[in-house]
Design a protein around this ligand. Sequence first.
Ligand code: 5GP
Ligand code: ZN
Length: 135
Amino acid sequence: MNDCIFCKIIKEEIPCNKIYEDNNIIAFLDIAPVNPGHTLVVPKKHSINMLDTPEETLKELIAITKKLLPAIEAATNAKGFNIHINNNEIAGQAVHHIHLHIIPRFKNDGRKLWKGSEYKGNEAEILTKSISSNL
Ligand code: 5GP
Ligand code: ZN
């Protein structure tokens, strides 16, 4: 994709702090890290997010993430990680080339996850049936 910033990074048209690369996947430091070592794991072939990315590519994305975690842990002394993929703008996706965030976590780093809410009445049962019937 011509105007895709991650495609440009992959083609080395713009620089990045690259920590891993193979034929299909690249990983580099996020330019605006939530915490030091915040890494983006990115398939080289352009797709938008999990909805249009082939299962095989997603498997590779997870396998490489698994490989990177101990290296990031050793380099940053992280005590844990949040792993996430934002899918579509409503969910905070700003770059429309699929990428997985590895966010190292540290004691007292002040980063907070959102709070859960609760289902009302039989909302959960209705949703369970609806989702499973759509599989
Ligand atoms: P999203 O919100 O789409 O899940 O996350 C996009 C991420 O890409 C953000 O965390 C942002 O800081 C990062 N990012 C955006 N542009 C660049 C760039 O040019 N280089 C690097 N390394 N990261 C970028
Ligand atoms: Zn792209």
